[in-house]
Design a protein around this ligand. Structure first.
Ligand SMILES: *Cc1c(COP(=O)(O)O)cnc(C)c1O
Length: 407
């Protein structure tokens, strides 16, 4: 008898083979995937909402059934750290949305990022990473992984040649995020991905900003896509979670090992909240996009604003690159006041009434944050970051205008 957890022999936690009957014979669009893919309602008592399987373990009628549980191609559940039916429905939807073959949902975006990275690393490996990526991810690369003999080189992603020049024979991973957190630079992805492919380097892309609806990194050659599902996928500021998705079976085995051995599995209730978020992802993304563009345009034409860093605006230096890559623009962007003093930024942020002050983003509520937080030595601009939520457009514009009046 093979030992249970050594090296999984079959796909350990397969995407359910049966999809909702309504999908038989059609290639569903993203909105239909969100609503119906993998829900399998008729096998679950007809419940319109996929149930929460709030169970740590799964029991079998006899030993023979237990021993036979791993039939290739059929989902089996034995222990929730390893797999759970509620989570599995969510994973099927997210895999399909990302044009992936598989996905795993973990207990945070950082758990997903660390699982993706660790799956590809060994002592002596080197990583090239886009400068100004999500700050805790940068800290993991800069401060934590060197303990295990893994070093990283940080390079701005706006110039592909500089980035490619940093690749070494021992580079195992290229870690990308676009637009970058805080600075909102759009990375020159295609040449970087092509260079990595030539050298057999795994490319990981953090797609939290665009969501699976506005960009699919696997479709342009990335190997693994990660998300902070805390942001748009959850969408309601009530759950912390992350996703890793990919196509290669070899990478699936390695990522799965990180999930089930390191144990960053998501709780079934949190998975169910994400499932609930996914149902409305497309309508929320449309509203986030239109509200954010409206606020960004208001800022752009205001005399107290010197620059708006929104990839959806033609004034963004990499706007054309963003337009070619993304199917839409997101709710998160930055801007700079003409008055670059800390005092002016503080006055603006404190004068906001509808926008709350806080970290995170991607929820229904508008948020603002600023300070040297988003600056870099090479680009010391004082950037104020806004996440534009689902409130009434006119209210958001009025709030930003009245706060600018107080600067
Ligand atoms: C928030 C965030 C993360 C981390 O996600 P958590 O769910 O907070 O662990 C990763 N990447 C980006 C771009 C983020 O904004």
């Amino acid at each position: 008898m093979t030992r249970a957890y050594d090296e999984p022999d079959a796909r350990p936690n397969p995407v359910p083979a049966t999809e909702h009957d309504a999908l038989a014979g059609i290639e569903p669009g993203a909105e239909t995937i969100c609503c119906h893919l993998a829900d399998d309602r008729h096998r679950l008592g007809g419940s319109a909402a996929t149930p929460i399987f709030q169970a740590s373990t799964f029991v079998y009628p006899d030993l023979e059934a237990f021993e036979q549980r791993k039939q290739p191609g059929t989902p089996y559940f034995e222990y929730t750290r390893v797999g759970n039916p509620t989570t599995s429905v969510l994973q099927a939807k997210l895999a399909k949305l990302e044009q992936a073959e598989w996905s795993y949902v973990l207990s945070s975006g950082m758990a997903a990022i660390c699982a993706a990275l660790n799956a590809c690393l060994h002592t002596g490996a080197h990583i090239v990473v886009v400068e100004r990526c999500y700050y805790p991810a940068a800290r993991y690369l800069r401060n934590y992984l060197p303990r295990f003999g893994v070093d990283s080189t940080f390079v701005a992603g706006t110039n592909a040649d500089d980035f490619i020049a940093a690749l070494r024979p021992e580079t195992r991973v290229v870690y990308l995020e676009s637009p970058t957190s805080g600075a909102f630079e759009v990375v020159d992805l295609q040449p970087i991905i092509a260079a990595a492919k030539e050298r057999d380097i795994t490319v990981i892309f953090d797609n939290s900003w665009a969501s699976p609806l506005f960009f699919n990194p696997l479709a342009i050659g990335c190997d693994l896509v990660v998300h902070s599902a805390t942001k748009f996928i959850g969408g309601h500021s009530d759950v912390v979670a992350g996703v890793v998705a990919g196509r290669s079976e070899q990478l699936e085995r390695r990522v799965f090992r990180e999930v089930e051995l390191v144990g960053g599995t998501i709780d079934p209730f949190a998975a169910w909240l994400l499932l609930r978020g996914v149902r409305t992802l497309s309508v929320r993304m449309e509203r986030h996009q239109s509200n954010a563009l409206a606020v960004a345009r208001t800022l752009e034409t205001h005399s107290k604003v010197r620059r708006v860093r929104h990839p959806g605006l033609p004034s963004h230096p990499e706007h054309e690159r963003a337009r070619d890559l993304f199917h839409g623009s997101s709710s998160l962007f930055g801007f700079e006041l003409v008055d670059q003093s800390q005092a002016a930024a503080r006055r603006f942020i404190d004068a906001l009434q509808l926008f709350h002050i806080g970290v995170s983003w991607g929820g229904y509520e508008s948020l603002a944050l600023g300070g040297t937080f988003f600056s870099a030595p090479s680009d010391p601009a004082l950037i104020i970051r806004l996440h534009v939520g689902l409130e009434t457009e006119a209210d958001l514009i009025r709030d930003v205008e009245q706060a600018l009046d107080k600067v």
